[in-house]
Design a binder for this molecule. Structure first.
Ligand code: TYD
Ligand code: MG
Length: 457
């Protein structure tokens, strides 16, 4: 049986079975105190469950069922990530770093939702006055949008009972607290308990709920991570705070796939949907600079062009440094080893850095070839011509392997005006002809580097 929690940190709310001088979660000193038995979330839940009559198992075919009811949020990019609109009675957690634009996104969808539904926006972060100002700026003012500046869960549940909204937005889960729990708002036990109550509201009354949760940079102490298993969908809103584009991705979705992304651009009037992410991601691409190569990855059903940048420099001694951003570190190490052994480039004595532009995370093997080409381009100081794209998986012998949905990727490459595309040699059947786009089939990384890199002038 699980050991019962007896202590918690008054600073971050972390629960621990043992007393310690220093909290293992937040590192604060002398903050661990004993907790009264009644405050543990386990006890509360245990009492509630035992009061209910036990249910008998039934054949699955006899259960009520049918299609879930979906409705559009009015933002196509959000609907796409949710799997084709929001599901009635679901609880969606929207996580992201502070200041990334979560409140902005939610307030913007409110104005669209109000056309068909009654919406209650509960904010524990901003006053009603601030919300009004923000809504005006985002043109989200609507008489069917109800606003409440509140942090007590009981008061929020009372308002929901009185107003009967179709959609409830909670901004943010870290500000909510339940009176019966003797822990500060934002602590693990508070966020878990409040989420559980909201989940019961969603399932019991069919209210669709969006809950905002902040993610801490240093390990997400009481952030969305501890709630992921409880809710129906978890969306993460990501992006570099210094750039204007934002990516929304699903980490979990009980009603759809999790491989779609939504792309937005933050501007003066809030978030703008980006229907052609490739154009945005490639807009600042340097021309004729060594160390950059474009590839095409599939984000769900959508092909997206992404720029991979590499920098390979002679190491100052000791272990060479390797850093990757938006690309798997171990995969990068493997590609460097293949480049050394099969491509004949002495990269083992060099520091190497790999960066994916625009906050994308490339976890598809199809991006291997472009990474190899970018690394080779930087090492040899020879640029890749700006009209060239490289797609393909690289194997350990330096061979190129076919990727799925190649034709769809090539169509996107051509649509964006690229003129040459390096691909693995097709083994089974010939590819169709793409007017204006030259396909360059190659068998290994040596051939690819020769085809992709321009000779030094
Ligand atoms: P916000 O939605 O408050 O972030 P979060 O709720 O995730 O903490 O957005 C914060 C940032 O967005 C803030 O730095 C200002 C910027 N912003 C704009 O650039 N344009 C806008 O129209 C709005 C509302 C915000
Ligand atoms: Mg906010």
């Amino acid at each position: 049986m699980k050991q019962k929690t007896l202590f918690y940190c008054t600073e971050c709310g972390n629960e621990t079975p043992k007393w310690a001088g220093r909290c293992p979660a937040c590192g604060a000193w002398n903050t661990i105190v004993e907790q009264p038995a009644a405050r543990s979330a386990g006890n509360r839940g245990g009492g509630a469950v035992s009061a209910q009559p036990a249910q008998r198992p039934r054949p699955i075919t006899e259960l009520p069922g049918g299609e879930e009811i979906r409705f559009p949020t009015g933002m196509g990019e959000l609907d796409r990530v949710l799997g084709g609109g929001a599901v009635q009675g679901s609880l969606v957690l929207v996580g992201g770093a502070p200041g990334i634009g979560k409140s902005t996104l939610m307030l913007q969808i409110c104005s669209k939702l109000c056309e068909t539904s009654k919406v209650l926006y509960v904010s524990g972060e901003e006053s009603a006055y601030q919300l009004r100002l923000r809504a005006r700026r985002l043109r989200a003012e609507n008489e069917r949008l109800f606003v409440l500046s509140e942090t007590r869960l009981d008061a929020i549940l009372e308002s929901v009972a009185a107003e009967q909204p179709d959609v409830l937005i909670v901004d943010s889960i870290q500000t909510l607290y339940h009176d019966t729990i003797d822990a500060p708002a934002g602590s693990v036990s508070q966020v878990k308990d409040c989420t559980l109550s909201l989940m019961q509201l969603a399932k019991g009354q069919g209210v669709t709920i969006f809950v905002i949760g902040h993610v801490n940079k240093d390990g997400a102490i009481a952030g969305p991570k501890v709630l992921e298993h409880m809710v129906d969908c978890v969306l993460y809103f990501e992006g570099d705070q210094h750039s204007t584009h934002r990516i929304l991705r699903a980490a979990k979705n009980r009603f759809g796939a999790t491989n779609e992304i939504g792309v937005f651009e933050m501007g003066d009037a809030g978030l703008r949907e980006v229907e052609n992410p490739s154009e945005l991601l490639l807009s600042d691409r340097p021309k004729d600079a060594p160390g950059t190569c474009v590839t095409c990855v599939m984000e769900g059903v959508r092909p997206v062009l992404a720029e991979i940048q590499a920098l390979v420099v002679t190491s100052g001694g000791g272990n060479p440094r390797r850093t990757s951003n938006g690309f798997d570190y171990n995969r990068m190490a493997m590609l460097l080893a293949v480049l050394e052994k099969r491509g004949g480039l002495k990269v083992s004595a060099c520091d190497a850095y790999l960066n994916i532009i625009g906050g994308l995370w490339l976890d598809e093997p199809a991006a291997d070839l472009a990474a190899v080409v970018a690394l080779a381009s930087s090492y040899l100081d020879r640029p890749v011509p700006s009209g060239l794209v490289a797609i393909g998986e690289v194997g350990l012998t330096g061979e190129l392997r076919m990727v799925n949905q190649l034709e769809q990727r090539i169509s996107e490459v051509r649509r964006l005006g690229f003129t040459r595309c390096v691909i693995p040699t097709p083994r089974t059947r010939a590819l169709p002809n793409y007017p204006g786009l030259e396909l360059i089939p190659v068998r290994n990384i040596g051939e690819a580097i020769r085809a992709a890199l321009r000779p030094r002038e």
